[in-house]
Design a protein around this ligand. Structure first.
Ligand code: 5RP
Length: 235
């Protein structure tokens, strides 16, 4: 296993500490979340842990089913105790870029509805400033070229010097990537986002933007996987 995969696995195991009997658990998406869901399933199967999971993507739902994690439809939950998810970047104020896997809308709905958001990352995800990872912005397919222009202008207003806004496509093909919610993703290469709070406010105001991948004031715990364990950071 590469160091990053090992660190993700260690972070996922450490995140189990935040799950208790009787909880409703938001299940994030991506490779680190997949490891967490598999480990959670093992606790359910082998130790009788009683929880119900709310998946944030069709992929996570399939992994949870395979792993034996009981699921509940999101419409049936009154509250979520803890949301456990990965991230593409984390800064010193626990602001995140998410959506590398294209699940940002559902991930944000669940994180925002949870009493606690726990984020699991390998060490490469910790950054001094957000923006080296292209910021995903989920948009309605209708008029997306017009929306892309507005996204560019909003990022410029937020101080990004030369944003490069590209429609996410499937593999090497021309077909657009479609999210579980039926939307498109605009990946915005920014190099650096000088004011993530301002960028978030500018983007969410745009008609056509369904959600953006800046997660601000949501994560309270960040678990950083290391080669031989994990360290927990609290805000
Ligand atoms: C998916 C996400 C993921 O949490 C993020 O991309 C991190 O993925 P990974 O755990 O595979 O590194 O936001 O939309």
């Amino acid at each position: 296993m590469s160091s990053a995969s090992e660190q993700k696995a260690n972070a996922a195991i450490a995140a189990l500490d935040y799950v208790e009997d009787g909880m409703t658990v938001g299940l994030g998406s991506g490779s680190t979340s997949a490891l967490f869901v598999q480990a959670l399933g093992q606790l359910v199967r082998e130790e009788g842990l009683k929880i119900q999971g709310v998946p944030t993507s069709a992929d996570t739902e399939a992994i949870a089913r395979d792993s034996g994690v009981p699921l509940v439809p999101v419409e049936h939950v009154a509250k979520i105790d803890v949301a456990v998810d990965g991230a593409d970047e984390v800064d010193g104020r626990f602001r995140l870029i998410k959506g590398g896997g294209g699940c940002l809308l559902r991930e944000k709905i669940i994180a925002d509805s949870a009493d606690l958001m726990v984020v699991m990352v390998d060490e490469t995800k910790l950054v001094a400033r957000l923006g080296a990872f292209p910021l995903p912005v989920e948009v309605d397919p209708f008029g997306f070229t017009l929306t892309a222009r507005k996204v560019y202008e909003a990022l410029r207003r937020a101080g990004v010097a030369r944003p490069d806004v590209q429609l996410r496509r499937l593999g090497d093909g021309l077909d657009p990537f479609i999210t579980d919610g039926g939307n498109y993703i605009l990946d915005c290469a920014c190099t650096e986002i000088p004011d993530p709070d301002l960028a978030a406010a500018e983007l969410i105001d745009l008609p056509g933007v369904v959600e953006h991948g800046l997660f601000i004031d949501l994560a309270r715990i960040v678990i950083v996987g290391e080669d031989d364990g994990a360290r927990v950071m609290e805000l």
